[in-house]
Design a protein around this ligand. Sequence first.
Ligand code: SF4
Ligand code: SF4
Length: 75
Amino acid sequence: MKGTVTVDESLCKGCALCIPVCPKGLLRLAGARFNARGVHPVELLDPASECTGCQLCATMCPEAAISVYRAKQAA
Ligand code: SF4
Ligand code: SF4
């Protein structure tokens, strides 16, 4: 794993701006549930641990709902 993201679903407004910018196509709207704002929040779907931690999604998000974590490089 190189990176991963978490989404603060309470902040997400479901605008989907983050979805097309992910080079790995790992983000999607959680179609089965709504958040407190009444929208489908974004979720990470990364079963093969492809997230690179590139931060493009977090940079795009107008609500600062996405936090990116990157694995430390071995020394
Ligand atoms: S950090 Fe990069 S690879 Fe990971 S979900 Fe966000 S845009 Fe995709
Ligand atoms: S850009 Fe931010 S607010 Fe918009 S769908 Fe993605 S996580 Fe939610």
